[in-house]
Design a protein around this ligand. Structure first.
Ligand code: GLN
Length: 536
């Protein structure tokens, strides 16, 4: 089959959940046995979101091949279980950079470089790139931003051209919002009509409309939208708020989002897949009503900053038949005096990743409290580093122990800059990124959690590392280095075996937990939290 392209655009407002719709459609096509990929094109000028504050853009998701990307790629992977790569996340910045590099090389000698055709050609090339490297039936391309943004214009022009060139092999699914005016008691379709008109003005006629709504949309209302937007009634789909994002694929399948897309591209629809394992997950999730409480100690009090951690905890909760109730605990407000109160009622604590000094003392105090009170604790990246510093200060007796990131002059730099990082001056895309191997120490708690596997691979995003000079001392005092990167001899995991569950990982296990394959460390951590909860 020739590769088919589905473009997902959004109108009316941002944050309507284009990423979830893209991931759901990908899931549904995958369930039909097709080879798919989902990619995101973002119209901002940063090369990648790696240098963005989470308040700007939520979590930065890291692919196995080491690209810092948009958090929607996390949804794509969690829904489909298919790894994405650097080809799946493209920004305006990357497009311009490659065009400008080519211009400097002299590839366009004599020519004026323009948005059309040079930038649009580069966008088109990147949209088609994944299918030139792998055999793919469907490529779903989500365009970031909202129709009408100045920044998205070149992307829409590229899509217009591709639709013309690819004919039936390309369609556009447009996601809009239907607001409910309480005072009038009415749902309003005008914003959707306006948004579609804008798209049409750019030469793009959407084949399918997905309408986000908080209320059920009647058949008449859908017919009205269809009529005004030149779209078939059966291709006007409603996406009403649901209790969980994981219910969206089932809802979309029920309304025929995948089958209508197939029809529009001239592909035989065939039988509807049962989505068995997916439905089992949803069933189990619904049945899991007993609660286990996990506190997230971090400095960003917004959900999106720790998206993958929250999802990983939720997956692990479901497969342990518990509901994980997470509480955000701002580490900037944790002091030795109030730590007991702040962590009260938590069955387990995650010490979150992060950068810079803000809130780190609170993380260290939390790590001390959970260690001395034997509360299950999972330190991730900076969280692991804070566990290591706490141990140095309070067990090894190095009161001034710190990370070189926080104090470059600290005499006890138990966390130090990695050797290969010392000569790096540029900030963007220069950390230790992506999946690296890690050898587990047999018999350790972590090894056990991974099902006695000895060689694992996990994704990283950091510049600093455990300082091996201190390893023997740590081990002698009970904190063991149980995961080592074989190539560079870097410590990737520490644990205190005598505690119920006190493990820190330099890598980010949260990037690889999926709905159908929960991550073993999160599974084991939640198990320990539940154990504590039921004992209490
Ligand atoms: N700031 C720390 C480092 O660069 C940890 C990074 C993180 O938590 N992702 O090593």
């Amino acid at each position: 089959m020739e590769t088919k392209y589905i473009f997902i655009t959004g109108g009316v407002a941002s944050s309507l959940g284009k990423g979830i719709i893209s991931a759901s459609l990908g899931k549904l096509l995958q369930a039909r046995g097709y080879k798919i990929t989902i990619q995101k094109f973002d119209p901002y000028i940063n090369i990648d979101p790696g240098t963005l504050n989470p308040y700007e853009h939520g979590e930065c998701y890291v692919t196995a091949d080491g690209m810092e990307t948009d958090l929607d790629l996390g949804h794509y992977e969690r829904f489909t279980g298919i790894e994405t790569s650097r080809d799946n996340s493209v920004t305006t910045g990357r497009i311009y950079l490659s065009v400008i590099e080519r211009e400097r090389r002299g590839d366009y000698l004599g020519k004026t470089i323009q948005v059309v055709p040079h930038i649009t050609d580069e966008i088109k090339r990147r949209i088609l790139l994944n299918a030139t490297k792998q055999d793919l039936d469907f490529v779903i391309t989500e365009i970031g931003g909202t129709i009408g943004d100045i920044e998205s214009q070149p992307f829409l022009e590229a899509i217009r051209q591709l639709r013309w060139e690819l004919g039936r092999n390309a369609i556009n699914v447009h996601l809009t919002y239907v607001p409910y005016l309480a005072a009038a008691g009415e749902l309003k379709t005008k914003p959707t009509q306006t948004s579609v008109k804008q798209l049409q003005g750019l030469g793009i006629q959407p084949e399918v409309l997905v309408l986000r709504t908080e209320h059920h949309l009647s058949d008449e209302l859908r017919a009205k939208v269809a009529h005004f937007c030149n779209v078939d009634v059966e291709a006007v789909i409603q996406s009403q708020d649901l209790p969980s994002i994981y219910e969206v694929p089932v809802n979309m399948q029920h309304q025929g989002l995948d089958s209508i897309c197939l029809k529009k591209m001239g592909v035989e629809v065939g039988p509807t897949p049962g989505l068995g394992p997916w439905r089992n997950f949803l069933e189990r999730r619904k049945k899991a009503t007993k609660v286990v409480r996990v506190g997230l100690v971090g400095k960003y009090d917004l959900q999106d900053a720790y998206k993958s951690i929250l999802e990983s905890l939720a997956h692990a909760g479901t497969y342990n038949d518990y509901k994980v109730k997470t509480t955000f605990i701002n580490s900037e407000h944790i002091t030795s005096e109030n730590v007991e109160k702040q962590l009260e009622g938590m069955n387990g604590i995650v010490i979150c990743p992060g950068f810079g000094t803000r809130g780190i003392e609170g993380k260290i105090i939390a790590a001390e409290y959970t260690r001395t009170h034997d509360i299950p604790t999972f330190g991730i990246c900076l969280g692991m580093q804070m566990m290591v510093i706490e141990f140095a200060r309070n067990v090894l007796g190095y009161k001034d122990a710190n990370s070189a990131e926080m104090n470059p002059d600290t005499p006890h730099n138990v966390i130090d800059m990695m050797e290969e990082q010392k000569s790096i001056t540029q900030k963007g895309g220069t950390m230790r990124l992506g999946a690296y191997e890690c050898e587990l120490v047999e018999g350790s708690r972590t090894w056990d959690a991974y099902g006695e596997e000895t060689l694992i691979k996990e994704r990283h995003r950091h510049r600093y590392e455990f300082n091996n000079r201190y390893q023997t001392e740590y081990e002698a005092h009970g904190m063991k280095c149980v995961g080592i990167n074989p190539a560079a001899n870097l410590v990737e995991i520490v644990e205190i075996p005598e505690k119920k569950w006190y493990i820190g990982t330099q890598f980010h296990p949260e990037y690889s937990s999926t709905v159908l394959n929960p991550h073993p460390l999160f599974m084991d951590f939640i198990k320990a939290c539940i154990h504590g909860a039921t004992e209490a």
